[in-house]
Design a protein around this ligand. Structure first.
Ligand SMILES: Nc1ncnc2c1ncn2[C@@H]1O[C@H](COP(=O)(O)OP(=O)(O)OP(=O)(O)O)[C@@H](O)[C@H]1O
Ligand SMILES: [Ca+2]
Length: 914
C-alpha cells in the first residue's frame, strides 16, 4: 500500500522506515535492505541471445537459396563442395554475429554510462550514489532539474515543483509541500510526495524514499519497460534503401550471367550455383553491420574524449555542425572563481590570495573593518549554499601535493560562484559556521537563471532579515537604499550611477560581478508564503564582489580549430555584457568590434530581425534560457546545423530544438541530459570540438569501406559477367567466389572501419547534411576501380589459359590475382585526400594484421594438400606468382607514379584560410 505514507507525518514515516533523518542510513543498513528488496531498477525485457543473433544471419534470402543449392549438390554427390560451402556460410554467419555483438555491447555500455545518480545522506554525509542503489528509508536531496529516482515522501521543500506528466498526464507543474494528507490519494493529488520518473522543475527539497524499483508507482504502472531501440541514423536509413536497390541490381546481373552462361553451353546446375554464389558475394549484406560497428567504435572514441552520445543520429549530425553555441561559465572557462575586487559605498578594495585557500589580504581606498564591510561579508557567507572544507590529506592528495607543489587541500562543494564568496568572507574572518551560531536560516528563495538572484531569510535575536545576492543590475533595481557607515541611506541617482560604473569597470576586466543587498523584514510579513515579490523589495544595497574565472587554455585552441574547420562559435551567457565580451576576446571568439546582443535587445527583436543578424553575433549576454530557443531557431532558419549547450532545466527546450543538443555531465540536470543528444562528462568546450572531429572521422571511415566493399563487388561481378559475355570459360568456381568474399570482405573491411582519423579533417569545411554518401566522385571512383580490378583479372586469366589450356591453373591465377588486387586496394581506400606516404602504412595496424591474416588463409587454400582438391587450386611457379603479385600491385603503383608526376592524386579540397 504505497498510499499510506501520504497520511503520515514526516516523523512517523521516518519511524516506520527505521531511519534517522539527520543521519540517514548507514552503509550496512543500506546493504541489508538491498538484500531484502533488491536494486532500485525497473525490470527490462530480455536481450537478444547469441543464438538468436546467429539464426538471424540466415534470414537473408540469398543465403537461404545458397544453402538450398548446397543441399542439392550434396544429394547429387558433390559432397565436398556442399560441406565447404556450408563451412564458408557458417564462417560468414559467425563474422556477422561478432560484428553485431560488438555493436550491441558498445550500445549497452553507452546505456550504463548514462545511468542516473541520486544525492543521499548516508551516515551523516551527503553523497552521490547510483540511483539503482537507493533503498527505502534513504534520505534523498532533490533539486530543480532532477529526475525523481524513487517514490519519496517529502520532509522539506523550498519552492519545490514537479511535472508529473509521465504518471498523471498533467503537464503543468504541481507545487509540493510536506504536510500529511487527510486521506490517501492517487499520485495526481499526493502533494507531499514525488514519484519515480517525474521531473522537478523548480526549487529544492529533501525526502525519505518509501518505494523503489518495481514497488514504485511507475513500476506498478509500466510493468516491464521495453528498452527503446536506438533510432537509426540518416545514413543507416539511406544505406538500407541502397542495399535493397543493390540486391535487385545484383540479382539481375547474376541472372544474366546464368542465362548467358547456359546459352553458351555451360551446365545448368554449375551455372546456377555460380550465379547464386556470385549474388551472395556481391550483395553487400555486411554493410549495415559494419556501419553500425563503425558508429559504435566512433562513439567509444568519443567517450574517451569526454563526450557521451545519447542519440546515435547525432554522430552524423556532429560532422555537419556549422555553428556551436556554448555556455560560458565552466564550459569555456574553468569555473574556478576567485573574488579579486570588492566595492563598497566608501570605496574599492583589492583582494589577494589564490584559489579556495581562505588566506588573503584586503587593500585599497577603504578600511576592511567598518560595519559596511562586515555586512557585505556576512551576506556573502550566509546567502550561500556552498561549503568550504579542508581535505583530509589522503594518500592520493599527498601525491598530488608533492606533484604540483601547491596546496590543493581546500575544496568547495556546490556552486563555485558561491564558493568564491565563502572564501572571500572567510578571508575577512566571517566564517559561516561562526555566524550561524547566532543567526538561523528560516527560508530560501533559490537562485535560478531566469531570476538571476537568490534570497535567504535569517533570524537573529528578534530581527528577521532577507539577504539577497545576484546580478548587480537586477539587485540594484530592487534597492531603495544603500548602506553607508552602518546606516541605510536613500539611494540617489548619483550613487546608483557610481555603482553601475564600478560594475562596468570590473566587468570590462572580465570579472563576474555579484551585487549584495539585505532588508530587515517587517514583523507582519509572511514567510510561509515566501512571495518573492513581497520580500525582494525596498532592499538596502551593500556592495559588489568581482571574481575572475580564467578561460580554459584548451578551449582557446579549440575555438581556433573551429575557425579552421569552418564552424562558427557563439558564447551564450547569463553574465554581464562587458564580462562576456572581455572573456570572448580572451578566447578568440570575438574581436574588438564583433557583434554582441543582450537579452534585453533580443527581447525587442522580432524573429526575422534576429535571424538577419544571428549569423554575425559572437556573444549573447545577460540572456535567459528561454532566449536560447529563439537563437537556435534563428540559426536553423539561416540554414545552420546548430550545436547548443545547456545545463539548467530551462535549457531543455533549446537543447531539444538544436540539431545537436549538448548537456553538461557535471553541472547539468537530469532533465537537460534527457533532452540532449550528447553529454559532456567534463563540461569542457574542447570535448565538443573533439566530438565534431570524431563525427567527421566516422563518416569518413564509412565512406572508406563503402568505397572498398563496393569497388570489390563491382570487380567480382564484372569479372564473371565480362567472361561469359566474351565467351571465355568461367574464370572462377562458385566455391572460389564464396571464399574470396570471406577473406576480402571480412577482416579488411572491418579494419578499415578502425582507421585513424585523417589529419586534415578539421581543416575541411563542414559536410552538407543533404549530400549523398557517393558525392565528391565516390560513385565514379567505385565504378572505375571495379573495372580496373575486373579487367586486370581477366587479362591474367586469358593469358594463362591461352598459354597452356590448363583451366585449373588459369583459374588459380585469376583467383589469386583477384584476391590480392583487393587486399592491396584496401590500402588505397584509407584516404581520399592523403597519400599512403602521408598516412603511414603502420598508422592502422589492424589493417596490416587483417591483410596478413587474409593472405595466410589464402595461402592455405593454395597450398594445403587437402584443400587443393576442394578449391581446385594448383601450386604456382615463382614466375607465375610474380605475375599475380605484379598485376595485383599495378593499380597501387600507378597511383604512386601519378602522385610523383603530378604531385597530386587526391581529391581537391579547399582548406579554409584563417
Ligand atoms: N548562486 C548565485 N546566486 C545569485 N546570483 C547568481 C548566482 N550565480 C550567478 N548569479 C548571477 O546570475 C547571473 C546569471 O548566472 P547564470 O548561472 O544563469 O549564467 P552564467 O553561469 O553566468 O552563464 P552560463 O550560461 O555561461 O553558464 C550571473 O551573471 C550572476 O550575476
Ligand atoms: Ca564481396
Amino acid at each position: 500500500m504505497p498510499e499510506i505514507w501520504q497520511t503520515l507525518s514526516a516523523e512517523e514515516t521516518a519511524l516506520r522506515l527505521e531511519v534517522d533523518t539527520v543521519r540517514g542510513l548507514t552503509d550496512g543498513e543500506a546493504h541489508s535492505r538491498m538484500e531484502r528488496v533488491g536494486p532500485n531498477v525497473l525490470e527490462r525485457g530480455p536481450d537478444m541471445a547469441m543464438w538468436q543473433m546467429f539464426l538471424n544471419q540466415f534470414k537473408d534470402f540469398m543465403v537461404l537459396v545458397l544453402l538450398a543449392a548446397t543441399a542439392i549438390s550434396g544429394f547429387l554427390g558433390e559432397w565436398s563442395d556442399a560441406v565447404t560451402i556450408s563451412i564458408i556460410v557458417l564462417l560468414n554467419a559467425i563474422l556477422g554475429v561478432v560484428q553485431e555483438y560488438r555493436a550491441e555491447r558498445s550500445m549497452e555500455a553507452l546505456r550504463e554510462l548514462a545511468s542516473p545518480e541520486a544525492r543521499v545522506i548516508r551516515n551523516r554525509m551527503e553523497r552521490k550514489i547510483p540511483a539503482a542503489e537507493l533503498m527505502p528509508g534513504d534520505i534523498v536531496l532533490l533539486e530543480a532539474g532532477d529526475r525523481v529516482p524513487a517514490d519519496i515522501r517529502l520532509i522539506q521543500t523550498m519552492d519545490l515543483e514537479a511535472v508529473e506528466a509521465v504518471l498523471t498526464g498533467e503537464s503543468t507543474p504541481v507545487r509540493k509541500h510536506t504536510r500529511p494528507l487527510e486521506n490517501a490519494a492517487g499520485p495526481a493529488d499526493a502533494g507531499n510526495m514525488v514519484f519515480m520518473g517525474t521531473a522537478l522543475t523548480r526549487g529544492r527539497g529533501k525526502g525519505i524514499v518509501v518505494a523503489t524499483g518495481m514497488a514504485s508507482e511507475m513500476g506498478q504502472i509500466a510493468g516491464m519497460i521495453q528498452e527503446a531501440e536506438q533510432e537509426p541514423t540518416p545514413l543507416q536509413k539511406r544505406l538500407a534503401q541502397l542495399g535493397r536497390g543493390l540486391v535487385f541490381f545484383c540479382l539481375a546481373v547474376c541472372a544474366m550471367v546464368v542465362v548467358v552462361g547456359v546459352l553458351r553451353g555451360e551446365a545448368v546446375y554449375q551455372m546456377f550455383l555460380t550465379g547464386v554464389s556470385l549474388a551472395v558475394a556481391a550483395i553487400p549484406e555486411g554493410l549495415p553491420a559494419i556501419v553500425t560497428v563503425a558508429l559504435a567504435i566512433g562513439v567509444q572514441r568519443m567517450i574517451r574524449r569526454h563526450a557521451i552520445i545519447r542519440r546515435l543520429p547525432a554522430v552524423e549530425t556532429l560532422g555537419c555542425a556549422t555553428f556551436i553555441c556554448s555556455d560560458k561559465t565552466g564550459t569555456l572557462t574553468k569555473n574556478e572563481m576567485t573574488v579579486r575586487r570588492v566595492y563598497l559605498a566608501s570605496g574599492e578594495l583589492e583582494v589577494s590570495g589564490e584559489g579556495y585557500d581562505p588566506k588573503g589580504k584586503f587593500s585599497g581606498e577603504t578600511g576592511s573593518d567598518g560595519p559596511d564591510f562586515d555586512k557585505l561579508m556576512s551576506v556573502a557567507a550566509l546567502c550561500n549554499n556552498a561549503t568550504l572544507y579542508k581535505d583530509n590529506i589522503s594518500v592520493g592528495g599527498l601525491f598530488r601535493k608533492l606533484g604540483k607543489g601547491k596546496d590543493t587541500s581546500w575544496h568547495v562543494e556546490g556552486d563555485p560562484t558561491e564558493g568564491a564568496l565563502l572564501v572571500l568572507a572567510a578571508k575577512a574572518g566571517s566564517w559561516r559556521e561562526r555566524l550561524e551560531k547566532k543567526a538561523r536560516r528560516l527560508a530560501e528563495i533559490p537562485f535560478d537563471s531566469e531570476r538571476k538572484r537568490m534570497t535567504v531569510i535569517y533570524r537573529e535575536g528578534g530581527k528577521t532579515e532577507a539577504l539577497v545576492k545576484g546580478a548587480p543590475d537586477i539587485v540594484l533595481k530592487l534597492c531603495t537604499h544603500y548602506l553607508r557607515d552602518g546606516h541605510a541611506v536613500p539611494l540617489d541617482t548619483r550613487t546608483r550611477n557610481a555603482v553601475l560604473e564600478a560594475n562596468s569597470s570590473m566587468a570590462d576586466g572580465a570579472l563576474r560581478v555579484l551585487g549584495l543587498a539585505y532588508r530587515e523584514l517587517p514583523s507582519g510579513i509572511s514567510i510561509e508564503q515566501l512571495d518573492a515579490e513581497e520580500i525582494e523589495r525596498k532592499l538596502v544595497f551593500v556592495g559588489l564582489a568581482g571574481m575572475i574565472d580564467p578561460p580554459r587554455p584548451s578551449a582557446i585552441s579549440a575555438v581556433r580549430t573551429c575557425r579552421r574547420a569552418g564552424i562558427r562559435v557563439a558564447m551564450i551567457t547569463g553574465d554581464h555584457q562587458l564580462t562576456a565580451q572581455a572573456v570572448a576576446r580572451e578566447m578568440g571568439i570575438a574581436g574588438r568590434d564583433s557583434k554582441v546582443l543582450t537579452g534585453e535587445q533580443l527581447e525587442q527583436m522580432s524573429d526575422e530581425e534576429l535571424a538577419s543578424v544571428a549569423d554575425d553575433v559572437c556573444v549573447y549576454a545577460r540572456v535567459s534560457p528561454r532566449h536560447k530557443l529563439r537563437i537556435v531557431r534563428a540559426l536553423k532558419h539561416n540554414g545552420h546545423v546548430v550545436a547548443m549547450t545547456g545545463d539548467g532545466v530551462n535549457d531543455a527546450p533549446a537543447i531539444k530544438e538544436a540539431d545537436i543538443g549538448i548537456a553538461m555531465g557535471i553541472t547539468g540536470t537530469d532533465v537537460t541530459r534527457e533532452a540532449s543528444a550528447m553529454v559532456l562528462t567534463d563540461d569542457n568546450f574542447t570535448s565538443i570540438v573533439a566530438a565534431v572531429e570524431e563525427g567527421r572521422g566516422i563518416y569518413d571511415n564509412i565512406r572508406k569501406f563503402i568505397r572498398y566493399l563496393l569497388s570489390c563487388n563491382v570487380g567480382e561481378v564484372l569479372v564473371m559477367f565480362l567472361a561469359v559475355l566474351g565467351g571465355m570459360p568461367l574464370p572462377l568456381l562458385p566455391i572460389q567466389i564464396l571464399w574470396m568474399n570471406l577473406v576480402t570482405d571480412g577482416l579488411p573491411a572491418m579494419a578499415l572501419g578502425l582507421d585513424p582519423i585523417d589529419r586534415d579533417i578539421m581543416r575541411r569545411p563542414p559536410r552538407d547534411p543533404q549530400e549523398s554518401i557517393f558525392s565528391h566522385a565516390l560513385g565514379r571512383r567505385i565504378v572505375s576501380s571495379g573495372m580496373v580490378i575486373a579487367v586486370l583479372t581477366l587479362v591474367v586469366f586469358g593469358l594463362a589459359y591461352a598459354d597452356g589450356h590448363n583451366l585449373d591453373l588459369a583459374r588459380t591465377m585469376a583467383f589469386n590475382t583477384l584476391v590480392f588486387l583487393q587486399l592491396f586496394f584496401v590500402f588505397s581506400c584509407r584516404s581520399e585526400h592523403l597519400t599512403i606516404r602521408e598516412l603511414g602504412v603502420m598508422s592502422n595496424p589492424h589493417l596490416v594484421w587483417a591483410v596478413l591474416i587474409s593472405t595466410t588463409l589464402q595461402m592455405g587454400v593454395n597450398y594445403l594438400p587437402f584443400l587443393q582438391p576442394i578449391f581446385h587450386t594448383v601450386p604456382l611457379s615463382l614466375h607465375q606468382w610474380l605475375t599475380v603479385v605484379g598485376v595485383a600491385l599495378l593499380p597501387t603503383l600507378a597511383g604512386i607514379i601519378q602522385v610523383q608526376l603530378s604531385g597530386r592524386l587526391r581529391e581537391k579540397v579547399t582548406y579554409i584560410k584563417v
